[in-house]
Write a protein that binds this ligand. Structure first.
Ligand code: NAP
Length: 224
């Protein structure tokens, strides 16, 4: 039987699920938050932008006659996942949640594990050259660190420069090739990588690169 499926996406895994279910003959609509300018568009239809909260998502689900929702969003995207639970309960339809496992520390990794962005900001030593691989909307906690040089990776060039006092922008997506990530860290003389434990394969190469260069990684634990 062919279902009408809403996938909450923005991840590689969500796109792969959309490709697979579309090929199997289902009607798939992938929802993207609209954070990046040129996201990978999966098979099927896409819609872009917030729903306006859980109630409005429930209304959208009813209007579009959706049979099932698949939440394949990023493990740190907590709000949309919570909204999806409420909306699916209200709409009386099934919610499938795709969960990633966090990366496990390799014996050669030098990880400083922290619970939040604020803790990560505090953990960076004075005079460090820190590579921030966090996303443009997560820089606020670092803005008081005028004793650190930040190299900030962003997928798209921002309209306004980042709020950090001492920074260099590195525009582009993470490479899947750890050699490329190593080159990037070396070119910027990075002393610390700051990132989240996102799990999955898409952005793991920087972890391997940091290991190879024996650079500490200040890593924010995945929410449970
Ligand atoms: P979030 O904090 O959980 O969501 C904030 C708000 O953005 C939601 O309440 C919702 O607005 C809207 N939203 C989020 N994801 C959406 C989606 N797939 N479709 C439609 N609206 C969405 O999420 P976030 O951390 O900003 O992440 C946004 C998106 O980027 C997610 O789809 C996630 O998979 C992807 N992503 C996030 C990260 C990350 O590090 N957080 C990394 C890679 C990809 P309304 O309440 O108005 O509906």
């Amino acid at each position: 039987m062919s279902d009408r499926i809403l996938i909450l996406g923005g991840t590689n895994e969500a796109a792969e699920i959309a490709d697979r279910l579309t090929a199997a003959g289902h009607t798939v609509i992938t929802s993207l938050a609209g954070r990046t300018q040129s996201p990978r568009l999966p098979a099927g239809k896409t819609r872009v932008g917030g729903f306006g909260g859980a109630d409005k998502m429930a209304g959208w689900i009813a209007r579009h006659d959706i049979d099932k929702v698949i939440d394949a969003t990023h493990p740190f995207a907590l709000q949309i996942s919570s909204n999806a639970q409420i909306a699916c309960t209200q709409a009386g339809i099934l919610l499938e949640v795709y969960t990633r496992k966090p990366w496990q520390k390799h014996p050669l990794d030098d990880w400083i594990e922290v619970a939040s962005l604020a803790e990560a900001a505090t953990a960076i030593p004075t005079d460090a050259r820190a590579f921030l691989a966090l996303g443009s909307q997560h820089l606020e906690p670092f803005k008081t660190r005028d004793d650190v040089d930040f190299i900030v990776r962003m997928v798209d060039r921002p309209q306004n420069p980042p709020i950090l006092p001492r920074h260099t922008l590195e525009i582009g997506s993470p490479s899947r090739d750890w050699h490329q990530e190593r080159k990037l860290l070396q070119n910027h003389n990075i002393t610390h990588v700051v990132c989240r434990n996102s799990g999955g394969s898409r952005s793991y190469a920087k972890i391997i690169a940091a290991r190879a260069l024996e650079i500490p990684v200040i890593i924010i634990k995945m929410p449970s």
